[in-house]
Design a binder for this molecule. Structure first.
Ligand SMILES: Nc1ncnc2c1ncn2[C@@H]1O[C@H](COP(=O)(O)OP(=O)(O)OP(=O)(O)O)[C@@H](O)[C@H]1O
Length: 581
């Protein structure tokens, strides 16, 4: 609870004011029972006057009105506080994820994080808007009423406790099974979320490959498993839930029959009996309210633990140096990196100098993208170091490192929004002229101008309304706007057609002038002019040099070059064939 309240900030006041208002309203709700028992008592001992009835009715009306107003205002405030806290938590989680190893976040799966952002944080609303402000007063009230009964007649006090074992036993069973099953419930929910996201995102592939039935089966199996699991759990816990719901609010279970015997025996006077019965009944409302929260305890408890783990997950190591370096030479010094326990880079060393183009080449899976991503601190290296101007990238603050680097990948992300919104990710306050200049340099101004709304055209979810090549050129324009001194291009021209390849190559040459450039390309002729080419072979840097030097010295480079040319010829042949059809 405390760990969540720390995110409430200014909304803590709302939540505690709500707690105070509801704490006043709950006892007000019990007052009418006192009033009625007092009135009945009067009728028993001396005939009450009509004025007493009118006064009692008026007081009861006032009590209910006051309770309604206070409870209502309390809930209003508690919701304001809760939703304000949820907002803070979602913003904070986004910020936390930003500082955690990007690679791990990407590997976690969209569904998992969607679940944390939407469902798990959403569940905190229950805790802050209801469990805390309503639960505490409604739990405390029965204790106060019980104390009054004990003071009035301790025997009746003991009898009033008769329904308690139902609650304790039922809740014990429920909590035990709830706590045990909760991790599985969550896992099953995360799988369901991932399956939905995957199914919807992959719908195009599923249709193209005619896998509708088998993919739908995978999806429907996950939904079915979730259903079976949830129903099994419900079946297992409904008996104990019913025991609590039906038994615990039944506070007159023994005070009514045993009280009647005691009254006939003359050991209990009628006024006390009626007073106790009324107080017993007054506990039922608060108890029922509290009981409603009990099944939620395991869920909320587990959710809080999950969120705590997410919020406290280890950040990528970053230091506190925020000054920009004098030069932007990037150096890999004996870098070793493993995904979990699988070594992908082994003792890799090379230097990418400022103003020069360094290319990473190698067979598929040799570790090129991993090396590129490590440069922008997707993960921490397992051993060795990556430096900028001789200083380990872990010594710079996260923001400084990000401001120095622009990473353009094969499939860059576009946000739902307009083209201008996406371009401004590169430079928040970019003017229209700056955006147009960047777009022209990235050979995308022409196609943007032809769109019905130009730069204000919506790109759709993940940029889905644009072609792969268009998306790619917009991401290059975005990187041009960012104007970072270190540029990492991971297959940045993979989707470029022949028509635009020259334009984009020129744009990239413009973008990369005077900067440190690390680039990866499968079409080796696009990097043949690089100042230094590093050949990666199963995660090891097996050779480096210029194209001419490597053609002389590296058999693997020669093979890669040959393969690349053949693939290029094949592409041209396919293109010519299709043009002749
Ligand atoms: N997130 C990840 N988790 C686990 N293993 C990964 C992950 N990303 C890549 N790998 C593995 O690491 C190895 C190197 O991958 P990487 O993407 O760096 O290679 P690459 O040389 O860029 O390949 P390609 O040319 O096909 O893009 C591969 O065997 C790949 O399966």
């Amino acid at each position: 609870m405390a760990s969540i309240l720390k995110y409430a900030g200014k909304y803590r006041r709302h939540i505690f004011t709500a707690l105070a208002l509801i704490s006043i309203s709950v006892p007000i709700g019990v007052v009418p029972y006192f009033l009625i028992s007092g009135l009945i008592g009067k009728y028993i001992s001396e005939a009450a006057a009509m004025a007493d009835v009118v006064r009692t009715s008026a007081l009861i009306l006032i009590c209910f009105t006051a309770k309604y107003i206070l409870y209502g205002e309390g809930l209003n405030l508690s919701h304001e506080g809760a939703f304000g806290t949820l907002y803070n938590m979602r913003v904070k989680l986004a910020d936390e994820l930003m500082h955690q190893p990007l690679g791990e976040v990407a590997d976690g799966g969209t569904g998992k994080y969607k679940k944390s952002f939407v469902e798990e944080i959403g569940r905190i609303e229950l805790m802050l808007a209801h469990m805390l402000p309503e639960g505490i007063p409604n739990l405390v009230m029965p204790f106060i009423v019980l104390a009054v009964i004990f003071v009035t007649d301790w025997r009746m006090g003991l009898l009033s406790l008769a329904s308690l074992p139902f609650g304790i036993i039922g809740m014990g069973i429920m909590m035990k099974s709830g706590m045990k099953k909760m991790p599985l419930y969550y896992e099953s929910g995360a799988k369901l979320n991932n399956a939905v996201v995957e199914y919807v995102s992959g719908m195009e592939v599923i249709k193209i490959f005619g896998q509708t039935t088998s993919s739908f089966k995978k999806y429907s199996d996950t939904v079915e498993n979730y259903k079976v699991f949830t129903l099994d759990w419900f079946r297992e816990s409904w008996r104990s839930m019913s025991l609590v719901y039906a038994g615990m609010p039944c506070t007159v279970l023994l005070t009514l029959p045993v009280g009647a015997i005691m009254y006939y025996n003359g050991t209990l006077d009628l006024n006390t009996w009626i007073f106790v019965l009324m107080l017993d009944l007054s506990m039922s409302g608060p108890l029922t309210r509290v009981i409603n929260f009990f099944p939620m305890f395991p869920q909320v408890d587990y959710t809080v633990k999950q969120l705590e783990a997410l919020y406290s997950a280890e950040d990528v190591h970053s230091g506190n140096i925020s000054e920009l370096p004098e030069s932007y030479d990037v150096e890999f010094k004996n870098v070793t990196f493993a995904y979990k326990d699988r070594d992908v880079l082994k003792n890799v060393s090379f230097k990418a100098e400022q103003g020069k183009k360094t290319a990473l080449v190698g067979e598929s899976g040799s570790g090129k993208s991993t090396a590129a991503r490590l440069t922008v601190h997707y993960w921490d290296v397992s051993d060795g170091s990556i430096t900028i101007d001789g200083r380990d990238i872990r010594e710079y603050t996260f923001d400084t490192l990000m401001s120095m680097t622009a990473y353009v990948a094969q499939d860059n992300f576009l946000f739902r929004g307009t083209i201008a919104d996406n371009l401004r990710m590169g430079k928040k306050d970019a003017t229209m002229d700056e955006m147009i200049a960047a777009a022209k340099a990235a050979a995308c101004h022409d196609f943007i101008s032809k769109l019905p709304h130009g730069y204000d055209t919506e790109v759709g979810v993940l940029g889905g309304k644009l072609s792969g090549g268009e998306r790619q050129r917009i991401t290059i324009a975005r990187a041009i706007l960012k104007n970072a001194p270190i540029i990492i291009l991971d297959e940045a021209t993979a989707y470029t057609d022949a028509e635009n390849e020259e334009l984009i190559t020129n744009a990239l040459n413009e973008l990369t002038k005077g900067r440190t450039v690390i680039m990866i390309a499968h079409r080796l002729w696009t990097i043949a002019d690089a100042d230094n080419i590093v050949v990666l072979e199963s995660g090891r840097a097996s050779a480096n040099g210029t194209h001419d030097e490597l053609m002389e010295s590296s058999s693997i480079y020669r093979r890669l070059w040959q393969m690349s040319l053949e693939a290029g010829n094949w592409n041209i042949a396919v293109k010519e064939d299709s043009e002749n059809v």
